[in-house]
Design a protein. Structure first.
Length: 305
């Protein structure tokens, strides 16, 4: 692959992954349907004109439901893929295996994320962890060479969903300019014997507005891009705990202009719950998996509050 084409394909990869993350950010016992229909999430997802403000409300409700549970432990397994073409000739296909888990005991919690796959002939296996212990956040990373884990203290947390309670109208307007929903539907079903609210919607993403806002928020220039993408989002959200029991996101973009080149691509992500319980060993969430090195980082994505 020529030196000019590989950066363009990397730019495509970044754009499609950002699309998936942006949409994912927006959309986040028994089999009784009545239990799910009484959930506040059902009312929110049933909005006749579902938009960014409804998505933010849903995230706030999920955060409140998680906070209302003193002990919670959930694990997910899934996959993601990014495909794209550059100039109609160069193509890329990157499949990724995913694993995620979240656990809390009282006000302490941990979030683990794992990804493995192959990019341009180079395999990778990345594991990272976020912890909040007695109000202090830590970010831990597992070495891909020797398997050792080291942690750093974080100055602040960048993924505290309760902060969305103060989101203003300007931010909502920006979100609405990036992501649009249509043909949204909500119903009450069960997943693995658990009542949940099934939400599905067609999704449109403005790549032009996404790039514009990303450039405004960052001092690091990003690839110039324009165009739009379309896709589909679906998730079944527990009526008891709020968290998704399964989640699927698909985005397709054609004829994007990236730094003057014609690019097409797609991104998909699929997750499903593999274990869920309300019994947690305190040591699992308040004991770091490795030593804290003498350094700190500005922010840490550490999971739900």
């Amino acid at each position: 692959m020529g030196t000019g084409k590989k950066p363009a394909m990397l730019a495509l990869l970044v754009i499609v992954v950002v699309i998936v993350i942006a949409v994912a950010y927006m959309i986040w016992q028994g089999s009784s349907g009545s239990a799910a229909s009484s959930s506040p999430l059902y009312k929110t997802f049933s909005s006749s004109h579902f938009d960014a403000s409804d998505a933010v409300t849903a995230v706030q409700q999920i955060a409140g439901m998680v906070n209302g549970t003193s002990e919670l432990n959930v694990s997910y397994s899934g996959s993601a893929s990014v495909r794209g073409t550059y100039g109609g000739s160069v193509s890329v296909n990157i499949p990724v295996n995913l694993s995620m888990s979240y656990a809390k005991y009282g006000t302490n919690y941990m979030f683990a994320f794992g990804a493995s796959g192959n990019i341009f002939g180079h395999s990778f296996n990345q594991s990272s962890y976020g912890y909040s212990i007695n109000g202090t956040q830590y970010s831990c990373t597992k070495s891909s060479t020797n398997g050792s884990i080291s942690c750093m203290r974080a100055i602040s947390s960048s993924f505290n969903l309760t902060k969305l309670s103060s989101i203003n109208s300007t931010v909502l307007a920006e979100l609405n300019s990036i992501v649009g929903f249509s043909n949204s539907r909500a119903s009450t079903v069960s997943y693995n014997g658990q009542p949940c609210v099934l939400f599905s919607s067609n999704v449109s993403v403005s790549i032009s507005n996404l790039t514009r806002i990303a450039n405004q928020a960052s001092s690091v220039p990003t690839a110039t891009s324009s165009g739009s993408a379309n896709g589909f989002a679906s998730g079944c959200f527990s009526s008891t705990y709020g968290l998704p029991l399964n989640l699927t996101l698909s985005i397709y973009a054609s004829n994007l202009n990236v730094s003057g080149a014609n690019v097409s691509g797609s991104g998909t992500i699929s997750l499903h719950e593999t274990a869920l319980s309300t019994s947690v060993n305190p040591a699992y969430v308040d004991t770091l998996p490795g030593p804290v090195i003498n350094s700190s980082i500005g922010v840490v994505s550490s999971g739900l509050p």
